[in-house]
Design a protein around this ligand. Sequence first.
Ligand SMILES: *[C@@H]1O[C@H](CO)[C@@H](O)[C@H](O)[C@H]1NC(C)=O
Ligand SMILES: *[C@@H]1O[C@H](CO)[C@@H](O)[C@H](O)[C@H]1NC(C)=O
Ligand SMILES: *[C@@H]1O[C@H](CO)[C@@H](O)[C@H](O)[C@H]1NC(C)=O
Ligand SMILES: *[C@@H]1O[C@H](CO)[C@@H](O)[C@H](O)[C@H]1NC(C)=O
Ligand SMILES: *[C@@H]1O[C@H](CO)[C@@H](O)[C@H](O)[C@H]1NC(C)=O
Ligand SMILES: *[C@@H]1O[C@H](CO)[C@@H](O)[C@H](O)[C@H]1NC(C)=O
Ligand SMILES: *[C@@H]1O[C@H](CO)[C@@H](O)[C@H](O)[C@H]1NC(C)=O
Length: 237
Amino acid sequence: MLSSILLPIIASTLAAAHIVISYPGWRGNNLITNETFPYGMQWMYPCGGHPTTTNRTYWPTQGGAVAFQPGWFQGHQTAFLYINLGFGTDGPGGGPPNMSFPMVAPFQLLGPTKNPYPGTVCLPQVPLPVNTTVQAGDLATIQVVELAAHGASLFSCVDIEFAEPGDPRIPEVNETNCFNSTELGFAEIYTITTKAVGESANSTSGALSSFWRRNGPSLWSWAGYLPVIAGSAWLLQ
Ligand SMILES: *[C@@H]1O[C@H](CO)[C@@H](O)[C@H](O)[C@H]1NC(C)=O
Ligand SMILES: *[C@@H]1O[C@H](CO)[C@@H](O)[C@H](O)[C@H]1NC(C)=O
Ligand SMILES: *[C@@H]1O[C@H](CO)[C@@H](O)[C@H](O)[C@H]1NC(C)=O
Ligand SMILES: *[C@@H]1O[C@H](CO)[C@@H](O)[C@H](O)[C@H]1NC(C)=O
Ligand SMILES: *[C@@H]1O[C@H](CO)[C@@H](O)[C@H](O)[C@H]1NC(C)=O
Ligand SMILES: *[C@@H]1O[C@H](CO)[C@@H](O)[C@H](O)[C@H]1NC(C)=O
Ligand SMILES: *[C@@H]1O[C@H](CO)[C@@H](O)[C@H](O)[C@H]1NC(C)=O
């Protein structure tokens, strides 16, 4: 059993750079680790532990700015970022039925250090998801996902109501709330196909079978222990 003293230390070791949505706002502080969220609130799908809010912020019907501070908490120098939209209030807890509408292509964030760092990212014109249109007065939720280096994701959301561009209720976008900090970098994400769908896989399986012939069953027993070793090293790091 882990002692109650060890638990918070392990939780903070596992924490990756958490996100604060600085524009157009967020559901609320979810940089919290407590008994309800022993791994940290922000890991909870879909919105980092916060239920749908009623204090919605106004956002343009033709898309607008999204700004966030990605460097809260230590853990990871790089991360993949996703910005999605969920429509309406017909889903669980009066939120969207799903958050399955990407607004931008995912991109990689390059941080200056694996320690917590300051810095803001702002995308000044995040469009609506492809092939979607909205009316002023429609309700939606913007979700920012930060995919950490180990594959788990951090979630933050802001509930919005759409308004015509120029509506004075839309919070102003300016150089104090929409800028990119110089200490943060970005990279594009792309994939290289190594085996197309339907392509014969026999060159790979040939290589594998000769690999097994060479290394035999001893490799199997070694592989069996690997997750245990890797798991504890990860916890102790
Ligand atoms: C809504 O209210 C919560 C709780 O007071 C606050 O933390 C959050 O920032 C507010 N969100 C917006 C978009 O005003
Ligand atoms: C943990 O924090 C969340 C968010 O503030 C809160 O809703 C929850 O009640 C807290 N749990 C405990 C056990 O304090
Ligand atoms: C996601 O939600 C939209 C409504 O916003 C709905 O039309 C769509 O069918 C949902 N997709 C899935 C896979 O449930
Ligand atoms: C958008 O609509 C076009 C035309 O109907 C269609 O070809 C395309 O696949 C759609 N894109 C998405 C992401 O739904
Ligand atoms: C920028 O806009 C925000 C509202 O979104 C406002 O509070 C702030 O005063 C503005 N800053 C400047 C320099 O105009
Ligand atoms: C911040 O950088 C991103 C990625 O290069 C870019 O799309 C965006 O326009 C920049 N934001 C500002 C306010 O210049
Ligand atoms: C790979 O498999 C395909 C069909 O299964 C066969 O036609 C082809 O000759 C095989 N190639 C090699 C290098 O074995």
